[in-house]
Design a protein around this ligand. Structure first.
Ligand SMILES: [Zn+2]
Length: 371
């Protein structure tokens, strides 16, 4: 082979591998559907994963509109972190509008067939008569829809087999992965500032938490994981390690023990979790029409790590318990009349670890180079 043909061949190879790397991008959409969490993930393979399907059944119109506006035709894997309405409520209705191939969750609801007395102890001021029956009806509706697709029950350590992504379940049913993720497992100094609190035996604590990876890039989503199961995941050693991006657990909600020890144990995002993950960017999603959180304490803990790199599907409003907000340009829904285009924050991640985040409201965008 002459030197000339050799260099042509290597040029071609370099060009091919560069375009291969560029094509290796995954898109994450954090959507303001009005109530709860919805994150759509489009893998480089074209397969799609939906992380939670938040909102009561009536929010389905908003999710369906988002799906249509963004040309999503099917959901290959729908991962439901836990069986509460702000995470699974719209799933059954959505399955009538768009094909859902695999339903991934932790199996059965631990709150099924619980008495009003049981609920009273766990929901205190928010408990209502008939709460148990309503909870049963919600889960029955979800289960009936789930039976129309393939059901996958996951435990910590399992993978969600989305083609083109590496999706590892790091916690489920309150149990962490037995072995740390590759490169993780170091002692976590922030455990010293993360006290032991009460256990949560309702659904939040059962949350299926995942780390979705693409090459060097990693994104963590832990649903509404309560304090103690999170502590088991991050203490005494950090079993997850650092990630690039993190959707703040449990809508950035911290509860004080004034209501009782049980409530403090429902709080999110301990120092051990946030410092252990050490993300470059964080996202907060609550729902602009209900279930508003973003408690000051939680937001401060997150900002201590990510600084201004905090993006929100909606602005946190109100006084008292309401927390801080990220920079205005990085909030998708800032109130006002309902928008025709469903607000979202989009993250495009590449295998080299670089990513870009964009706000649908104003097109404001920031690039994060590979480390
Ligand atoms: Zn929730």
């Amino acid at each position: 082979m002459s030197a000339f043909t050799f260099s042509l061949a290597s040029l071609l190879l370099i060009t091919l591998s560069l375009s291969g790397l560029r094509a290796q991008s995954a898109t994450f959409y954090f959507v303001d559907i009005g109530h709860g969490n919805v994150t759509f993930v489009v893998s480089p393979s074209g397969e799609t994963m939906l992380l939670d399907c938040g909102g009561p059944p009536q929010t389905v119109n908003r999710i369906a509109r988002f799906v249509e506006q963004n040309n999503i035709k099917k959901i290959d894997y729908m991962v439901i972190s836990h069986f509460e309405n702000d995470h699974m409520g719209a799933a059954a209705e959505l399955s009538k509008r768009i094909p859902i191939h695999h339903w991934v969750d932790h199996g059965e609801s631990v709150t099924y067939n619980k008495s009003d007395e049981w609920w009273k102890l766990r929901r205190g001021p928010w408990a209502r008569a008939g709460m148990g029956l309503q909870d049963n009806a919600n889960f029955d509706r979800y289960k009936a829809a789930r039976s129309t697709g393939k059901h996958i029950v996951v435990k910590a350590g399992d993978k969600v087999p989305v083609k083109g992504l590496d999706v590892v379940v790091v916690t489920a049913e309150g149990e962490p992965i037995a072995k740390p993720l590759p490169g993780a497992g170091q002692p976590n100094p922030a455990c010293a500032n993360t006290p032991v609190l009460a256990e949560d035996d309702a659904e939040d604590g059962q949350s299926v938490g995942v780390v979705a990876g693409l090459g060097k890039f990693k994104f963590a989503y832990l649903g509404d994981l309560s304090w103690q199961p999170s502590r088991r995941l991050f203490c005494p050693e950090n079993k997850v390690g650092n990630v690039d991006a993190y959707l703040v657990t449990h809508h950035a909600q911290v509860m004080t023990s004034e209501l009782g020890d049980y409530y403090a144990g429902l709080s999110c995002c301990s120092a051990a979790e946030v410092k252990g993950l050490n993300p470059r960017v964080a996202f907060v999603s609550m729902g602009s029409q209900g279930h508003k959180f973003g408690t000051g304490d939680a937001m401060k803990r997150v900002m201590e790590v990510v600084g201004n790199d905090l993006w929100q599907t909606e602005k946190i409003v109100g006084g008292g318990e309401a927390g801080l907000n990220g920079p205005d340009d990085q909030l998708a829904n800032i109130g006002g009349p309902p928008q025709e285009k469903v607000p979202y924050i989009k993250m495009e991640a590449r295998a080299d670890g670089s990513f870009q985040v964009t706000n649908s409201r104003n097109g404001f965008s920031k690039s994060y180079p590979a480390r």
